[in-house]
Design a protein around this ligand. Structure first.
Ligand code: ZN
Length: 67
C-alpha cells in the first residue's frame, strides 16, 4: 500500500488503524477515523462520513460513505 505514510492514524483511543474517513460531527470537531470506526459512528444522528482522497483505493465500490 503506497499510501500508508500519507494517511494519518485513527483518532479513536487505542486504535492503530489508518484513518481513511473524515467524520463531520455536528456537536464536536471533525474526526479522522478508520473505516471500522466510521461505520460505527456514522450510525449516529447527524454524522456524515467523507472518504479521504488518499484512501479512495480502499473503497473500490465508492460508496459506502459517499453522499
Ligand atoms: Zn479506528
Amino acid at each position: 500500500m503506497p499510501t500508508d505514510e500519507a494517511l494519518p492514524s485513527c483518532e479513536i483511543n487505542g486504535c492503530t488503524d489508518r484513518a481513511t474517513v473524515e467524520l463531520h460531527i455536528p456537536w464536536k470537531e471533525n474526526e479522522l477515523v478508520c473505516a471500522g470506526h466510521a461505520r460505527v459512528k456514522v450510525g449516529q444522528e447527524g454524522v456524515v462520513a467523507a472518504v479521504l482522497p488518499d484512501a479512495e483505493d480502499e473503497f473500490p465500490n465508492g460508496a459506502a460513505f459517499r453522499q
